[in-house]
Design a protein around this ligand. Structure first.
Ligand SMILES: *Cc1c(COP(=O)(O)O)cnc(C)c1O
Length: 697
């Protein structure tokens, strides 16, 4: 079993609070010990846990905080020395102290250690996890304590010092917590030093800190507790009275802790989830569903890496990359940072008569990635719109060239290009529901789907139908549009790249443009940056989208050759398209960050690893009853069944097994985030095999 998994079926979701200081020496240990006393007195069984402690040699090291806690809870009959999960001798940041001992700390393993500890302590109602120093205390070169907090998702209690400058540290920390989507449960403002009655300035600063903070926290619905300086914590016999005094001050926070630890919160949460689902049914419409008899939906609350957390705390291994988009996994820090940075500068501005750096840089970067001969980028806000733009470009080009009769499109069956009217007209006429829109959809020309498999030797006769179509309709074909190598939503079919070379030849012969729809295949999914690289063919127009922003924002692009641009624009003509949110700076900035990540090159190794794990995991299905075909290419694994699957039942089965897989029609397919570990891919494949074996299909 994968021990990193937060809630394997039957496991209980992690409960408690994460307590972080705004820096070192802000009185966090005392505050936490006092809160612990208050909780235990009120019968809330919380356990203090330090994921990392530095400056100690062993559990009984007197330099540790054990003595403070022991004093704080003296007389309560509970032994509550904080559990330290990782310990290092050097009194420094975890990053430095661990490095000194040749240890590399990382969020993934610390999180696993926390969850293991939690699973092993059946008696605890919740954990009080304690950070080290402030939020941005580094764990390694790229991860901070805040990343660990984000990965655990618990509400946060901040402890800050009540002194000059303390308000700044607190407000920065409050903002950082909010930016990670974490709930701020409360703030303890702690007097770390005694103050003389006549020191009016210090008194005024403390008072003002409190007042200002209270106003700011009220807006956020977070509690504020003022912890006074207690001189007697270490001097028997008054220590226990002093600790009790501090615990009393913390009493208002006990309710917060209780709520964060309450197993009944599970029932409350279940009611909230049901309520959300019901309201969804009342007011929403989901993709490809009935409004009056909708399919069930799952309420999702958080995401990270290749995991999705349901609102009930269950965590699922993602097998879909949210429809081809989240190639780097969810919440990638570089992507969310790019989004925040641009949001602070200029979230959006119209693109008519205005340009901006994110759009210019992104266009240049895209052109660098694409083959020679693609020269100009038109940004659209979704894949379907990018396809509309491509079709319009082709039509305007042919008009510009004085070939008005070239006004139809040739496309293979089994394609998918989007859901708007123009895009729909070139989708597969059966699965694209053309009968529903007969009379409205433009009548396009269809040819057979490229029949030669990707992994078979090329059979030139698979181009015969294309040749026939050109002979019959060549004079009226403005362009051929197709998905290179992988037909996605129309059937997850992988065909031989040589088909594209033959088709490009036919287009040239008949004066038709070639449009590649790389919206699904672009950015590494098939093992090449773009699927066209399998064939070595450059189209006249290319659409990309989906993974362009790494799954964070909607953005697509239509890229064309200079020849096409000139054909459209000669004689003072203009291209007639302009989406309101064209070139949205947020989306462009995130896309740039995503391309930066791809430029690192790790995706090639990752996709190759995905391919081999998918092959290993899915190929046993090939011989099972009910399975028509199994195929794998790059980061795409497909089990094609003989009969259409029961989507709702199968999806529920998968969720039960801790994976997120959304099959459709006769296809159970996987396209996990590139960053997924092999054991997670195995888990996804296990679930698919189980579904087939247990005849859930
Ligand atoms: C998803 C997809 C589209 C449509 O993109 P949207 O962003 O959903 O409009 C077009 N073409 C292909 C190949 C796709 O996979």
């Amino acid at each position: 079993m994968n021990r990193q998994f937060q809630s394997s079926p039957g496991g209980r979701p992690l409960r408690g609070l994460f307590v972080s200081g705004t820096g070192t020496d802000v009185g966090k240990t005392v505050a936490l010990a006092a809160l612990l006393r208050a909780c235990l007195k009120a019968g809330v069984r919380v356990r203090p846990v330090k994921p990392v402690q530095t400056g100690v040699s062993g559990p009984d090291d007197a330099r540790g905080d054990a003595a403070v806690y022991a004093a704080a809870v003296a007389g309560l009959g509970n032994a509550v020395a904080p559990a330290t999960l990782r310990r290092f001798v050097m009194p420094a940041s975890p990053h430095l102290a661990a490095g000194r001992e040749g240890v590399h700390l990382d969020v993934e393993s610390l999180r696993a250690a926390v969850l293991r500890h939690w699973e092993g302590d059946e008696d605890a109602q919740g954990l009080l996890l304690e950070g080290a120093g402030g939020l941005h205390v580094p764990l390694n070169d790229s991860e901070d304590m805040l990343d660990l907090m984000e990965s655990l998702g618990l509400p946060v209690l901040l402890v800050g010092g009540n002194y000059l400058g303390g308000i700044n540290h607190l407000l920065l920390s409050v903002e950082a917590v909010a930016a990670r989507g974490l709930t701020l449960a409360g703030v303890i403002l702690s007097d770390t030093q005694p103050v003389a009655r006549e020191d009016e300035d210090t008194l005024a600063i403390r008072k003002d800190n409190e007042a200002l903070l209270r106003r700011r926290l009220d807006e956020r619905g977070a509690q504020l507790v003022l912890l006074p300086f207690e001189p007697d914590l270490h001097s028997e016999p008054r220590a226990s009275l002093a600790w009790q005094a501090l615990a009393d001050v913390c009493a208002p926070l006990v309710e917060t802790v209780r709520r964060a630890c309450d197993p009944c919160a599970g029932e409350e949460a279940a009611a909230r989830i049901e309520d959300m689902q019901e309201r969804d049914r009342q007011s929403l419409w989901h993709p490809y569903t009935s409004a009056t008899e909708p399919l069930p939906v799952f309420v999702m609350a958080r995401s990270r890496r290749n995991r999705l957390a349901l609102a009930d705390g269950r965590e699922l291994v993602d097998g879909m990359s949210s429809w081809w988009t989240a190639v780097h996994g969810y919440n990638h820090p570089r992507l969310t940072a790019a989004l925040r940075r641009q949001a602070g500068r200029m979230p959006h501005v119209m693109f008519g008569g205005i340009t901006h750096e994110p759009a210019v840089l992104l266009a240049e970067r895209l052109l660098d990635l694409l083959p020679e001969g693609l020269d100009r980028v038109f940004f659209a806000d979704s894949g379907s719109v990018a396809v509309e733009v491509a079709l319009k470009m082709a039509l305007q080009y042919q008009q510009g060239m004085g070939r008005k009769e070239k006004s139809r499109f040739l496309t293979p069956r089994g394609g998918y290009h989007g859901d708007t009217l123009g895009a729909m007209s070139v989708c597969d006429p059966v699965t694209g529901m053309h009968t529903l829109f007969r009379g409205v959809l433009a009548q396009q020309i269809f040819m057979e789907r490229p029949s030669c498999r990707f992994d078979a030797s090329f059979d030139p006769s698979c181009l015969d139908d294309a040749r026939r179509a050109f002979e019959e309709h060549g004079h009226e074909i403005a362009a051929v549009i197709l998905e290179p190598v992988v037909q996605g939503a129309g059937g997850m079919w992988f065909y031989h790249p040589a088909y594209l070379r033959g088709l490009a030849e036919l287009c040239r012969e008949h004066g038709a443009l070639l449009i590649f729809d790389e919206i699904a295949t672009g950015f590494g999914r098939t093992g090449k940056m773009f699927a066209l690289e399998h064939a070595g063919v450059a189209p006249d127009i290319l659409c990309c989208g989906k993974a362009l922003t790494g799954g964070i924002m909607t953005l697509a692009a239509t890229v064309c050759s200079q020849r096409v641009a000139e054909g459209i624009c000669h004689g003072g003509q203009v291209f007639m398209h302009g989406p309101t949110f064209m070139g949205n700076p947020l989306a462009c900035s995130v896309a740039l960050a995503s391309l930066d990540l791809l430029a690192g090159g790790a995706w090639q190794r990752q996709v190759a690893a995905l391919e081999s794990s998918l092959r290993t995991g899915l190929s046993p299905c090939a011989d099972m009853p009910g399975v028509a075909d199994v195929r794998v290419l790059g980061g795409i694994g497909v089990v094609e069944t003989e009969q259409p699957v029961n989507m709702a039942a199968l999806q529920a089965f998968f969720v039960q097994r801790g994976v997120w897989i959304r099959p459709f029609n006769r296809l159970i397919y996987l396209m996990p985030p590139y960053v997924s570990h092999a054991e997670d891919i195995a888990r996804l494949c296990d679930a698919v095999r189980a579904a087939v074996m247990e005849k859930k299909i």
